[in-house]
Design a protein around this ligand. Structure first.
Ligand SMILES: Nc1ncnc2c1ncn2[C@@H]1O[C@H](COP(=O)(O)OP(=O)(O)OP(=O)(O)O)[C@@H](O)[C@H]1O
Length: 538
């Protein structure tokens, strides 16, 4: 399966090569750049190259690998920062310096590191495909080492091992390794999908209280330039109630990713007290990296997330921003001279995004455990126009829509989530959970809060005409209460002690605001003036 480059157009390369299939991974040029076959016409293959093609020449070799683009999965993924092709960036920097260039000899997982293998099965046991034969502990996570094919075990090790050597052998001498490779475009299998009903606490009051997330759900927050997308993604990454966080920096600034890593190293996980990095995997494809590799980074990240989900964990995938992936699809599609769809995006944009969102969910794994993969993705609509194709395509498939409002951001109301336009399709189910477990009045308070904010919307128009003084005392009280809701409840400074708010405190805060409102309202009914009613109620 060797061929030759016949043409190059940016990241798209045509090659004369036989025996390759669609989506096969090929190595392009003398440098062995990683690419994927995206079109086949007889012996002519069109290859999408995920690395910088600068200096690549016609006539250079193209070598088929006989398989698809894969990720390597196993112990050692956690705390690592990868690029879209799963190169461990810190080890690459140590080897070749800060400017990454193709280097195939640095494996994604450190094959020299020692792990402790605890066998579940012994020599002579008959095992089925996918059956667990032992486990390796990586910090708080337990990796299940499974048999790739059915057979009888000839030898099973116990104790110290590296990823380079087999932890067990079949009777025919073939080895079973603790690491496995999985094609990124193929969703990992599970026994069955479960309805996502358990809340995912983010620690952001506006989300947990008004637009709750569930484990296994999907959320997007579109917002124009500077509306706080990155800060919101990072705050959720720090405080969300997930076992593991996979954070994808897709086409964003490199310095933001560097700061994030530095912060994660020093910050502690609320639940375990360990460093936040010990529950985080970062996949970066910063704005200066090849655009086409954004496609690879998204799929690499989701496959890693699925692998940890299959260990029975609640995994949260955060991507900032999904629009940069959309832009990459547009660029790739135009270099392939495909028929453009809306605004130049490929016609398959919606189906590609929908298939990606389908990989989220709560599942019963093949081993009978319950795991979930939740996705919270930021969207950067150009010019803050939410009618653009990527936002619209995401809207059709996501359960939570958090609209970041430029006007709120300009008035420094953060997180700038517009409470009138956003929604959560999971709210009904999750409210019951919070009502039963956190505060009996949760559902009722949520309802009242929504009503107050809605009534304020109407009153605001009246107040603009007659002035606040022209309003009746009852209406002025309502305006005062909603101002408190907005400033003290919906606003949350990501840099202070208030960055995380547990559901109990969220309920207490809302309870206090509503109690004050009720006392003052009762005072008004008894004929007190607003000032007297507020003083009496305070
Ligand atoms: N919760 C918050 N608390 C305090 N400040 C915030 C909060 N969210 C955002 N900000 C402020 O808003 C600024 C812009 O936020 P951020 O960089 O996340 O926006 P963005 O939407 O990702 O921008 P871009 O479109 O450039 O990627 C931050 O530098 C910060 O000062």
């Amino acid at each position: 399966m060797d061929g030759l480059i016949t043409g190059i157009s940016g990241p798209t390369v045509t090659a004369k090569i036989g025996g390759v299939k669609l989506c096969d991974m090929v190595l392009v040029g003398h440098a062995g750049l990683v690419g994927e076959v995206v079109r086949l016409e007889g012996e002519q293959a069109v290859v999408q190259v995920y690395e910088n093609t600068l200096g690549l020449g016609v006539g250079e070799p193209v070598v088929g690998t006989g398989g698809q683009l894969t990720v390597t999965l196993g112990p050692g993924l956690v705390s690592t920062m990868y690029d879209g092709l799963q190169r461990p960036l810190e080890r690459v920097r140590a080897a070749v310096g800060p400017f990454i260039r193709p280097c195939r000899d640095i494996p994604p997982l450190d094959t020299a590191a020692e792990w402790r293998f605890e066998p579940d099965r012994k020599a002579g046991d008959e095992v089925g495909a996918g059956e667990v034969i032992g486990r390796i502990r990586e910090g708080a996570f337990v990796h299940l080492i499974t048999a790739p094919v059915p057979g009888r075990l000839g030898e099973v090790r116990s104790g110290s091992c590296t990823l380079a050597e087999p932890v067990a052998h079949y009777e025919d001498g073939s080895g079973i390794f603790a690491l496995q490779k999985w094609p990124v475009r193929r969703p990992r299998p599970f026994r069955r999908k479960l309805p996502p009903v358990l809340p995912l606490v983010t620690g952001q009051r506006v989300i947990d209280f008004l637009f709750p997330m569930v484990r296994g759900g999907t959320a997007i927050f579109p917002g124009g330039f500077g509306t706080g997308k990155t800060i919101l993604e990072q705050t959720i990454a720090k405080f969300a109630d997930a076992d593991l966080v996979v954070y994808v920096g897709c086409g964003e600034r490199g310095n933001e990713m560097a700061e994030l890593l530095e912060e994660f190293r020093t910050l502690k996980d609320q639940r375990t007290g360990a460093s936040l990095l010990s529950r985080t995997i970062v996949v970066v494809n910063t704005s200066n990296m090849p655009v086409a590799a954004r496609e690879a980074s998204i799929y690499t990240a989701v496959t890693i997330a699925e692998y940890y989900r299959d260990l029975g964990l609640h995994v949260l995938l955060l991507a900032d921003s999904i629009s940069r992936w959309g832009e990459a699809l547009r660029e790739i599609s135009s270099s392939l001279e495909e028929m453009p769809g809306e605004e130049g995006y490929p016609t398959y944009l919606s189906s590609r995004l929908a298939a990606f969102f389908e990989r989220a969910g709560a599942v019963e794994t093949l081993n009978g455990a319950i795991g979930s993969l939740t996705m919270i993705l930021s969207v950067s609509p150009p010019g803050g126009d939410f009618s653009e194709p990527v936002t619209q395509a995401c809207l059709r498939t996501t359960g939570v829509f958090l609209m970041l409002d430029a006007a709120l951001a300009h008035s420094r109301h953060y997180p700038a989530i517009n409470w009138a336009q956003s929604y959560s399709l999971y709210a009904a189910g999750v409210t019951g959970h919070f009502t039963a477990r956190v505060a009996p009045a949760w559902g009722e308070m949520q309802q009242r809060c929504r009503e107050l904010l809605q009534r304020e919307e109407t009153l605001r128009e009246v107040a603009e005409i007659v002035g606040a003084e022209g309003l009746q005392d009852g209406d002025r009280l309502l305006m005062m209460t909603t101002e408190r809701i907005r400033n003290e409840f919906l606003c949350q400074n990501a840099y202070g002690d208030d960055a995380f708010c547990a559901p109990e405190r969220t309920a207490a805060k809302m309870g206090a605001i509503l109690a004050l409102h009720d006392r003052a309202e009762a005072g008004l009914k008894q004929g007190l003036s607003l000032d007297e009613a507020l003083a009496g109620g305070a």
